[in-house]
Design a protein around this ligand. Structure first.
Ligand code: F6P
Length: 453
């Protein structure tokens, strides 16, 4: 493999994580869409992957003699806690998904300022040190940073290796307004990203917002190339998965009402789960003909439970479900668990798939569902999900704040005649198949001349 093909991928979560079970080391595949997406890159390129050690056993692995293709960085526990639980999530995540209720939150005290310096900056510095060490081994490699955890690291690397080729993919929305973050931090975020040769997003909208916020914050993008390439799914892998025993077994346990509305999300406030339940209640109120005939199945993956805002959100979800079910009977069925086979089973069987995110970099559920659905199901999709840019033509678009509008959209989807449903479902499937993961990877690599060889 030529040195030109080496990619140094840098992300908070890595492709594998380790645990100790009965005294033996067990390897688990890392979670999340990012890891799945980047697996394809590993098939075509020599990849050195630098990620955080997130378990005790990861830290043991990090301390062992390295040189392997996965480099786990063992951050100091307190620094990592401040980086992940105070700055990256919720602060940057909430700013970028427009989630702060600004009349009262956030309130940035000394603890936040300390967390920025002693947590976020320090962890970014450790990542940068690991990147520089990897560049010493592979001087012509391209460095490929991912996401909001790592906005400062590119500038640290650039200072140490002025000629390195650096690219950054931001997987979440980019807002124009960064005024919540104090000016020195806002500037550091933009300067950090602009130390890359290329900064990429899923959609034109986020890329344009980035150009505008660079203009406002640091007077332009200063030669950094800004691009967009929407992520997709590994079509072949999904097709295998939908036929697997685990998915078939899960399918047999799904509720079978006359009509099934499905949502699949992490328990993240950006996913707008509570408003989705309220919209379902409005539907049943305004269209009593659906009572007893339609069930909403919500498969929710518990997320970031070390962060108070996320714990509160799970309580909000549970309260909303109780209220709707107390009123209309058991019309919402909820499972809070990490159960991917059941999600794929539900994808196959939905009549309506609800994706009503407040804001979302892309949203892979909107692509995964239509790829395997077998019922001519209809996609109801938030205008603020990045995927809307690609899929609007075949979806019913909704404003994520307009609960009444979402209820109307659910009704429209439920009564849509078969021919129109099939036309839309076929359109969605064709789009996802045509623009699959290999296209995302090819697009990204075409922005990185030396890596594309
Ligand atoms: O890009 C957003 C993202 O980092 C995804 O890659 C991933 O699915 C999700 O957030 C999970 O977040 P966390 O690593 O905090 O569990």
């Amino acid at each position: 493999m030529s040195e030109q093909n080496t990619l140094i991928v840098v992300s908070n979560r890595g492709p594998v994580t380790y645990d100790k079970v009965d005294g033996r080391r067990v390897e688990r595949r890392g979670g999340g869409g990012l890891v799945t997406a980047l697996r394809g890159v590993r098939e075509q390129h020599h990849v050195i992957w630098i990620a955080s050690a997130t378990t005790d056993e990861d830290r043991v692995v990090a301390g062992e003699a390295g040189g392997g293709e996965v480099v786990l960085v063992a951050h100091e526990a307190e620094a990592y806690d401040r980086y992940y639980n105070v700055v990256a999530n919720p602060m940057l995540w909430f700013i970028q998904h427009s989630l702060w209720d600004q009349a009262s939150r956030p309130e940035l005290g000394l603890a936040f300022h300390d967390a920025w310096r002693e947590g976020y900056a320090r962890v970014n510095r450790s990542f940068a040190d690991a990147v520089v060490a990897a560049l010493d081994e592979h001087p012509d490699a391209t460095v490929f940073f991912h996401d909001y955890h790592l906005y400062l690291a590119p500038k640290f690397v650039r200072a140490a290796r002025p000629d390195a080729l650096l690219a950054h993919f931001v997987h979440i929305p980019w807002p124009v307004d960064w005024s919540v973050l104090p000016e020195p931090m806002r500037r550091a975020v933009h300067d950090g990203l602009l130390a890359n040769d290329v900064v990429a997003f899923h959609t034109r909208r986020w890329a344009q917002n980035f150009e505008r916020s660079c203009e406002d914050t640091v007077g332009g993008t200063h030669g950094t190339r800004v691009t967009h390439h929407p992520l997709s799914v590994d079509v072949a892998e999904f097709e295998r998965l939908q036929a697997s025993n685990a998915v078939r077994a899960a399918e047999a346990t799904l509720p079978r009402p006359e009509k099934l509305i499905v949502r699949v999300d992490r328990t993240d406030p950006s996913k707008n789960i509570v408003r989705g339940f309220h919209a379902f209640a409005v539907l049943l109120e305004e269209h009593p003909e659906w009572r007893g005939r339609v069930t909403m199945l919500a498969l929710l993956d518990p997320s970031r439970q070390s962060i108070p805002e996320y714990v509160e959100y799970v309580a909000d979800i549970e309260r909303a479900v109780r209220e709707v079910n107390d009123r209309f009977g058991p019309v919402i069925s909820v499972q809070v668990a990490d159960d991917f086979p059941r999600s794929v089973a539900a994808y196959k069987q939905y009549d309506v798939l609800l994706v009503n995110a407040v804001s979302d970099g892309l949203n892979l559920v909107a692509k995964e569902g239509p790829l395997v659905n077998q019922r001519g199901g209809v996609l109801v999709l938030s205008e603020n999900a990045g995927a809307y840019e690609e899929l609007a033509e075949w979806a019913i678009g909704v404003n994520p704040f307009d609960v009444w509008g979402q209820a109307q959209a659910l009704h429209e989807a439920l009564v849509m005649e078969a021919g129109e449903r099939a036309r839309r479902a076929d359109g969605l499937r064709a789009q996802v198949r045509d623009r699959d993961l290999s296209q995302w990877i090819a697009g990204l690599l075409s922005d990185l001349p030396r890596a594309a060889a």
